[in-house]
Design a protein around this ligand. Structure first.
Ligand code: ZN
Length: 76
């Protein structure tokens, strides 16, 4: 298990900035989620909100300035 073939794309550093900001967005303190964001929720006059699957629902309902109907993009 020392030389396991890792043909995964080297996007580890790039995806580092794709942390979940849910469910309230980066403005909320003390609610940091350690999970990777899998979805991007578009918002009015605000930065897109990256969220993990667990926080997708809460983010749509609780985050500010979320477009409605929701505009959700997948993080690849
Ligand atoms: Zn989360």
């Amino acid at each position: 298990m020392d030389s396991e073939p890792t043909h995964a794309p080297s996007a580890d550093s790039a995806s580092e900035g794709r942390r979940c900001h849910g469910p309230f967005g980066a403005a909320a303190k003390g609610t940091r989620c350690p999970d990777r964001a899998r979805f991007i929720v578009s918002r009015h006059i605000d930065f897109p909100l990256p969220v993990c699957p667990e926080h997708l629902g809460p983010a749509l309902l609780l985050a500010r300035n979320v477009l409605w109907p929701p505009h959700i993009s997948l993080v690849r």
